[in-house]
Design a protein around this ligand. Sequence first.
Ligand SMILES: [Zn+2]
Length: 284
Amino acid sequence: MPLVSMNEFLPAAKEKKFAVGQFNMNNLEFSQAIVQAAMEENSPFIFGVSEGALKYMGIEFTVAMAEAAAKQSGLPIALHLDHGSSFDVAMKCIRAGFSSVMFDGSHYSYEENVRLTKEVVKTAHAMGVSVEGELGTIGGVEDDISVDEADASLAKPDEAIRFYEETGVDCLAIAVGTAHGMYSGEPDIKFDIIEEVTKNIPVPVVLHGGSGVPDEMIKKAIQAGAGKINVNTENQVALTNAIRNVLSSNDSVYDPRKYLGPGKEAMVEVVKSKIRLFGSNNQA
Ligand SMILES: [Zn+2]
């Protein structure tokens, strides 16, 4: 199966109230662990690739790994640019074979965000590529993006509804109190904002910063209308802890497969548990 746009599964997610996981790809082990977990759970999913990860892996390797995963699994998989910062980077990804892009214009004024997002949507849709937009500012640290908690601002429901109507995005990331990276305490998620927005637009909202959010809150967010949830940090932590365990207990290990293997297995478990929590198992 070739890579597909998010419209292959997001409408069903919205209708049946489940969420599709965006699992970020950072190297070969991530792509293998994520697709293995999804195959075991028979789930659609999204490979998220940040601009930092894109630089690290190279665009050709990124697309090749995602295409191999789609071909091997037969699952509906979208390859999605995460937090794209410009029209140019979005187009570069689409030309290389991405089936979905996020344009994050949240640091611009509302008007400028609408104008730039519309441009991306117009071109992407002409090529069958789906687009995620962002409104409000999501706090925390992710790759090159760092937003101080004080600068994080919640999305206003009426503005989010208008943003959808003006841009025609396929899903909308709105700041509702989650943050990128690890939480120091419990997040304060504004479920009423999610609900108010999703009942007025035909597409789901996206929850960024899904790592470390208590399961009950995730379930509540999905019931309120979150149809796409992003997970990266938990996989990074699982991989690194597993590697650290192997290396700290054995000084003579030098074969990378001896420590990357356990790291990969740890990520498979994380992704499987997220897929079941999101309810996207058996929805492929
Ligand atoms: Zn994000």
